[in-house]
Design a protein around this ligand. Sequence first.
Ligand code: AMP
Length: 212
Amino acid sequence: MRIILFGPPGVGKGTQAKIISKDLKLAHIATGDILREAVAHGTQLGKKAKAFMDRGELVPDDVVIGIMQDRLKESDAKNGFILDGFPRTLPQAEALDKVFDRLNIRIDKVVSMEVDKEVLMNRLTSRRVCRNCGSIYNLLVDKLNDSKCTKCGGEVYQRDDDKRETIERRFEVYQNQTKPVKKYYGAKKMVTEIDGIGEIDEVANRLKSVLN
Ligand code: AMP
């Protein structure tokens, strides 16, 4: 199964993709995670991407498309995958189509997670992430001792791009550059919407039911 998980910043794509990829044994491919890892390791890619990410802007298409072309060739992607945070622009969606044509594969479904902006703003400003294992927390519901991850004990921190001003910019970018991607797949009748509000398990069940 090959799925694109679509939606605005903070809608829960990462959280849900982690659950579903485990349950359905699919590779979880998140461009944001790949880029953050590159930034953390100070690689050439990381150096190039960091300024864009800190400003809440998109990393240039050629860079992200290159990452994706390489990632899709890895062995774990052969049995299916969930794309989380890609494609985020029309040129990315078109490039992905070309890659799929070359690999002779196709996307089964695009699931769009829907949540109001106000709810997202609250979620994002209270989101924290484990630097070690990537677990995602929300200070409004999760109790953390000394900012330690309850799963691995790693340091839990706030992403630089989860600060209010940057979030506003990310929403703008989403509206102008990423929303058209939904229309692109909508015209191909590939999009299913799900409500992204509710407990994590509840949303995961909605997602699973549209994938079945
Ligand atoms: P995310 O974790 O998906 O919210 O991504 C964090 C940041 O990484 C975004 O705000 C962008 O700066 C960058 N990024 C992630 N995915 C993409 C993409 N497909 N195209 C361009 N930039 C991306």
